[in-house]
Design a protein around this ligand. Structure first.
Ligand SMILES: Cc1cc2nc3c(=O)[nH]c(=O)nc-3n(C[C@H](O)[C@H](O)[C@H](O)COP(=O)(O)OP(=O)(O)OC[C@H]3O[C@@H](n4cnc5c(N)ncnc54)[C@H](O)[C@@H]3O)c2cc1C
Length: 323
C-alpha cells in the first residue's frame, strides 16, 4: 500500500467497491478518492499520477465489473460531483466549473430558450431525463432507463436504438494527460458506437443541448421507451448492463449480441449465483451471492460458446477492473 496519506480530497483506504456497482460484485480499492468539485477531481488525478498510479474513474458503476480481491492503486469516484444547472447564453469555462448555491441551480429562463444545461460528471443520467421532461426538451429520451452518470455516459457513449449520449453533447470539459483542463467542442470529438473515444482524458463537466418540444410528447416518449426496455431487459435485477457489443451485422447475419447468445443456447448458463438472464441473452445477473470470479468465468464461457458455434469472437462492452 502506498505511504501517501494526504490526498487533495476525501479519501478512504481499502474501500469496498461492490456496493458502488450495479451488479454488486468485486473487492476493494487500495485508495478511493471522492472529490466534490471539478477542481478537486483535477487535483486528485494529478496527485494519483504523482504517486505513480493511473487513476481509475468510477461513475455509477453501471457498466463495470470489479474483480475480487484488492485493486491496487487509486479509484476516483465522481458521484459527489452532482451539480446540474442552466448556464447563461455566454458560457465560460469558469461557469462550467463554478460551485453554485442551491438557489442558483436553475437560473430563471423560459424553457423555450437556451435549452441547455451544464452537468458535472457525477450527475445521474436518470436525473437529466427528469430535467428534460420537466422542461419539455427533446433529445435525451433514448437514455431513459439507462443508469449511471453523465461522465460514464459520455465515456461509454451510452444509448440505444432511440439515440445516444453524444447526440446532446455540445461541449465537454476534460482533464487531459498533463493534468490540466481542456475544453472540447462536439465537432472535435469522434465518438463511436459505445465508445466516447476519450483515451485517458477524464470528463469533469459537460454542456448538454436539447431542443424545445411539447412537454407531454417528451413524457409520453420516455414512458413508451421505458416500457419497451422493461419488457426486454432485466432492469430491476443486479447486472452490469450489456456484457457484449453488438457484432458486425454482416458477420452475425443481422443478429444482436443478445440474440446470438440466445441462439447458441447461452440463456440460463450459470456459474455460482451468476446467470445469463432468461429475458435477455446480453445480460448477466447476480442472483444474490455471485462473486466477480463467477461473473468473469461465465463471461468466458459465453464467449467460447458463441465462438465455437458461430466463429464470432464477441467483444466485451462491459469494463473489467483488475482481472
Ligand atoms: C439495467 C441496466 C441497463 C442498461 N442499459 C443501457 C443502455 O440501454 N444503453 C447503454 O449504453 N448502456 C446501458 N447500461 C450500461 C450503463 O448504464 C452505461 O454504460 C453507462 O453509461 C455507465 O455509466 P457509469 O457512470 O455507471 O459508468 P461506470 O460503469 O462507472 O464506468 C464505465 C466506464 O466509464 C469510465 N468513466 C466513468 N466516469 C468517467 C469520467 N468522468 N471520465 C472518463 N471516464 C469515465 C470508467 O472509468 C469506465 O471505464 C445499462 C446498465 C444497466 C445496469
Amino acid at each position: 500500500m502506498t505511504s501517501l496519506k494526504s490526498w487533495p480530497c476525501a479519501a478512504l483506504a481499502g474501500a469496498e467497491l461492490a456496493s458502488k456497482t450495479t451488479i454488486q460484485v468485486g473487492g476493494s480499492a487500495e485508495w478511493l478518492l471522492e472529490p466534490r468539485t471539478p477542481e478537486e477531481l483535477r487535483l486528485a488525478v494529478v496527485a494519483a499520477r504523482e504517486a505513480g498510479f493511473e487513476p481509475r474513474i468510477l461513475g455509477g458503476g453501471a457498466n463495470l465489473i470489479v474483480a475480487d480481491g484488492v485493486l491496487a492503486g487509486v479509484v476516483i469516484a465522481t458521484d459527489r460531483l452532482q451539480r446540474v444547472f442552466r448556464p447563461g447564453r455566454e458560457l465560460s469555462s469558469e461557469e462550467m466549473l463554478r460551485v453554485i448555491e442551491p438557489d442558483d441551480r436553475m437560473a430563471p429562463q423560459s424553457p423555450k430558450e437556451n435549452a441547455r444545461i451544464v452537468a458535472w460528471a457525477g450527475a445521474s443520467m436518470p436525473r437529466i431525463v427528469s430535467t428534460t421532461q420537466k422542461f419539455g426538451w427533446t433529445g435525451f429520451e433514448g437514455l431513459v432507463g439507462v443508469p449511471g452518470n453523465v461522465g460514464g455516459g459520455i465515456a461509454m457513449n451510452a444509448g440505444g436504438r432511440w439515440g445516444e449520449m453524444w447526440d446532446v453533447v455540445e461541449r465537454v470539459l476534460l482533464i487531459g494527460e498533463d493534468g490540466s483542463f481542456v475544453e472540447k467542442a462536439r465537432e472535435d470529438c469522434q465518438p463511436t458506437y459505445r465508445n466516447g473515444q476519450l483515451g485517458r482524458a477524464i470528463v469533469a463537466s459537460a454542456v448538454l443541448r436539447f431542443r424545445p418540444d411539447e412537454k407531454a410528447a417528451v413524457v409520453e416518449r420516455c414512458r413508451d421507451y421505458l416500457k419497451q426496455k422493461k419488457d426486454a431487459q432485466p432492469v430491476t435485477e443486479r447486472s452490469a448492463g450489456c456484457v457484449w457489443k453488438n457484432p458486425d451485422r454482416e458477420k452475425s447475419g443481422g443478429l444482436s449480441a443478445g440474440k446470438l447468445v440466445e441462439q447458441c443456447g447461452g440463456k440460463g448458463m450459470s456459474r455460482g449465483d451468476a446467470i445469463v438472464s432468461h429475458l435477455h441473452g446480453n445480460f448477466i445477473v447476480n442472483r444474490g451471492k455471485a462473486t466477480a470470479t463467477d461473473v468473469l468465468t461465465l463471461i468466458e464461457d459465453v464467449h467460447d460458446l458463441v465462438a465455437q458455434k458461430t466463429g464470432i469472437s464477441l467483444e466485451r462492452e462491459v469494463k473489467v477492473w483488475g482481472s
